[in-house]
Design a binder for this molecule. Structure first.
Ligand SMILES: [Zn+2]
Length: 159
């Protein structure tokens, strides 16, 4: 999506976030969004967002792997920060057919977790030997997610 890289760049700059992995809870806090980890969601639910009279909260299924939880949190932040209409709540079920908003939130999550600028800098400076597992650990995302980011940003050609 065009403009998303710029949007995330602005958010990270405004929040003075320079560290990796991207501190998602800090982003949530700065937007006054409460994050709650639930161990007892049904297995097919990865998370939930709640908008109750302007009080915003994100619930994360804490039984899922850490990288999955981070993706869910980034995705939910996407719904808020992209200004999606949330009446009362959105339950994120893995079997749901993706709507445009869901796709948009997924793209937002991918960019927030692995901002293009950060990845580009890593590759240019070759701070770390660019192995997928190491990059995945550095950004705290799945190896699949980092591979996709390398492809979609076109940065893989620079390795
Ligand atoms: Zn969603």
């Amino acid at each position: 999506m065009k403009g998303l890289t710029d949007k995330i760049r602005d958010i990270l700059k405004k929040l003075e976030i320079k560290e990796l992995p991207i501190p998602l809870e800090k982003v949530a806090n700065l937007f006054s969004i409460k994050v709650i980890y639930y161990p007892s969601f049904p297995d097919h639910v990865s998370g939930i967002i709640i908008n109750r009279e302007g009080l915003l909260a994100i619930g994360i299924n804490s039984d899922k792997p850490k990288v999955r939880q981070r993706f869910t949190l980034a995705h939910e932040l996407g719904h808020f920060l992209l200004g999606h209409e949330i009446d009362e709540k959105i339950i994120e079920g893995i079997y749901d057919r993706p709507t445009d908003q869901e796709r948009e939130a997924n793209e937002f999550a991918a960019e927030l977790l692995v901002p293009k600028d950060f990845l580009e800098k890593d590759i240019k400076e070759k701070l770390i030997v660019l192995k997928i597992p190491e990059l995945a650990r550095r950004y705290e995302v799945s190896e699949q997610a980092i591979s996709v980011r390398l492809l979609e940003t076109g940065l893989i050609n620079q390795i």
